[in-house]
Ligand binder design. Structure first.
Ligand code: ADP
Length: 271
């Protein structure tokens, strides 16, 4: 009986080892598949702005050769494709910096309300007028200790997504409000929404929800991954609430910097 027991135990152990090997093999296969899919999507995404850019430039060259006037809107479109390309490459570089722990932050006292206003201004200047962006500023200045360049990137990313995933236009509501020791940024859109079972995974690298096909909405699935890293390294958190077909609200909570008392001006003594 004892011998039989040992044999059964041996078989069980071998089966466990076999199952573990199969699991690791499947995981490795999945990782290779994700990487291959990503390379296909990334190459496609990088090529998408390049083709119209090359066409525009060829058109401009022809006109100049013939001594004709150049249409400024052509140049603007060419610049937009170039900006898109730069943004994609920056996302790829940032994601790789995060992976290797090389994304440096340069924190300084930063006015979040001013940053949000700036990002909205820039975004309005580069997008068509199909959407309205409404900003509800905080009653008092919202100051955080953070890297202004990286925080601007987070705000811009959330705003870009709100516009991109609200294809029918509508109003994007942005708000900043104090919550105790924190300041809460909300970006609410009336867009396509996110399926409930996918919401937790949005902040993973390369993840794109199943209701966005590469065909209709370009993207690499890196923006929110980068946002989460930046926000968490500022001691904050980022999350989403969403309903398919009704829209999404992204939240970012960051610790505020207590307002420093303004030092009285130093007046030279009179003699
Ligand atoms: P990308 O937009 O390049 O795919 P992100 O990391 O910014 O990458 O977003 C990851 C995924 O989250 C998107 O592919 C999309 O499925 C979903 N998503 C992000 N923002 C929104 C939004 N405002 N509305 C609906 N879905 C969104």
């Amino acid at each position: 009986v004892l011998g039989l027991g040992a044999v059964v135990e041996d078989i069980t152990e071998r089966r466990h080892a076999e199952e573990e090997r199969t699991r690791l093999y499947r995981e490795a296969q999945e990782a290779v598949r994700v990487r291959d899919d990503f390379l296909t999507i990334a190459s496609h995404e990088l090529k998408t702005p390049l083709t119209p850019l090359a066409l525009r430039l060829a058109g401009l060259e022809r006109r100049l050769d013939r001594g004709e006037q150049v249409d400024p809107s052509s140049l603007r479109h060419a610049r937009q494709h170039l900006l898109r390309l730069t943004a994609l490459i920056n996302d790829l570089l940032d994601a790789s910096r995060i992976e290797s722990g090389r994304l440096a932050l340069h924190p300084q006292p930063t006015r979040l309300d001013t940053l949000v206003e700036h990002v909205i201004h820039v975004t309005e200047g580069t997008h068509d007028a199909e959407h309205r962006i409404e900003f509800q500023p905080p009653a008092a200045p919202a100051q955080v200790l953070g890297d202004p360049y990286r925080l601007e990137q987070v705000i811009a990313n959330l705003l870009e997504n709100a516009l991109k995933y609200s294809p029918d236009g509508g109003t994007i509501h942005v708000a900043l409000e104090p919550r105790g020791e924190l300041v809460l940024l909300t970006v609410r859109d009336p867009g396509i929404g996110i399926p409930p079972d996918q919401q937790e995974r949005l902040f993973e690298r390369y993840f794109r929800a199943r209701n966005v096909s590469t065909h209709s909405y370009g993207g690499l699935g890196l923006g929110l991954y980068i946002c989460r890293d930046i926000v968490e390294r500022h001691g904050g958190s980022i999350w989403v609430e969403s309903e398919v077909g009704r829209g999404s609200t992204f939240y970012v909570a960051l610790p505020t910097l207590p307002a420093t008392p303004v030092a009285p001006p130093h007046l030279p003594e009179r003699h």
